[in-house]
Design a protein around this ligand. Sequence first.
Ligand SMILES: Nc1ncnc2c1ncn2[C@@H]1O[C@H](COP(=O)(O)OP(=O)(O)OP(=O)(O)O)[C@@H](O)[C@H]1O
Ligand SMILES: O=P(O)(O)OC[C@H]1O[C@](O)(CO)[C@@H](O)[C@@H]1O
Length: 326
Amino acid sequence: MKRIAVLTSGGDAPGMNAAINAVVNKADDLGIEVFGISRGYQGLINNEIYPLNTKKVQGICRKGGTVLETARSQEFRTKEGRKKAVEVLKSHKIEGLVVIGGNGSLNGAKVLSKMDSEIKVIGIPASIDNDISGSDFSIGFNTACDVVTKALDNIKDTALSFHTSNEARIFAVETMGRERGWISILAGIAGEADLVIVPEKRSSFAKVVNRIKEIIKAKNDCVILFSEGITNADNFVDQLEAKLGHRVRSTLLGFQQRGGVPTITDRILALRMGVKAVESLKAGESAKMIAIKGDSVKTELLENNDIGTGSYDYYLDMFKHKVMGL
Ligand SMILES: Nc1ncnc2c1ncn2[C@@H]1O[C@H](COP(=O)(O)OP(=O)(O)OP(=O)(O)O)[C@@H](O)[C@H]1O
Ligand SMILES: O=P(O)(O)OC[C@H]1O[C@](O)(CO)[C@@H](O)[C@@H]1O
């Protein structure tokens, strides 16, 4: 393997830059040339490709987002688009490609790996949603949880300061994560939310309301964390106010969860995965994804699924009275 390329695709995630840095530095160690591709698969189709070296990626580990920029590409979903992508890689004599992205990007990597046996493709899971099967954690998830936990810490200061007021204080905070409640559950436990509502559990709206009433009766405040993937997430707070007859103060953290300086945990995860991806290409592997399992970084087959695995049930069951679903 003499020449490889790296791209980032789909939603950006904090730590993607550390993965790029590791790919370039490990390739340098092994005497492999590296090219960067801008704007994901669309940039690849458009031949937006340039040489990278260790100097160019110096100091990027601390940066959020991705220095390669990212995109979602309809054209790459077509066979014609993917053919163009292969032609571009071949025209630059690229023998291996590292795709850093979420489950869609990794599905794209799998399809690309079937196009031409001379081009090896390895995926690195990077998404704040942690919804990628095969790896316990994806790059960016830890940073997103950190943002949400810190927001909860701040909100709880107000909640606890109003314990003796006449009016019960109720706060509702929405998290990202698409159909998965990973961010809610981990940040909820760490930030001591009183109630976490995730899409994976089933309950009724009436039961959720009753649980909130119990919490208020017991301590006069309630901090609720709910996932964007629950049923009727958009109207959840309005419906709660109507049923409870109380004000519910709402916080939408939105894209704050996807950006910002990556935590050391995300940086180390990304660095380990970047190194493993280059080693895997060097060993001639293809159609594989880098995964963290327990404390080990491994290669797994790229599978066409998008539900995320890891030890999710363990966290859901830690404090049963604090977790409900809708
Ligand atoms: N089945 C597929 N076949 C070919 N390409 C795909 C496929 N699925 C996704 N892609 C490519 O990967 C790109 C990124 O996918 P997607 O928009 O689902 O984001 P993602 O990687 O899952 O990130 P996020 O975690 O932000 O959702 C798509 O725009 C498309 O170009
Ligand atoms: O607006 P966009 O870029 O499609 O991203 C929104 C989605 O991306 C994610 O942040 C994952 O990257 C989801 O949690 C969220 O719903």
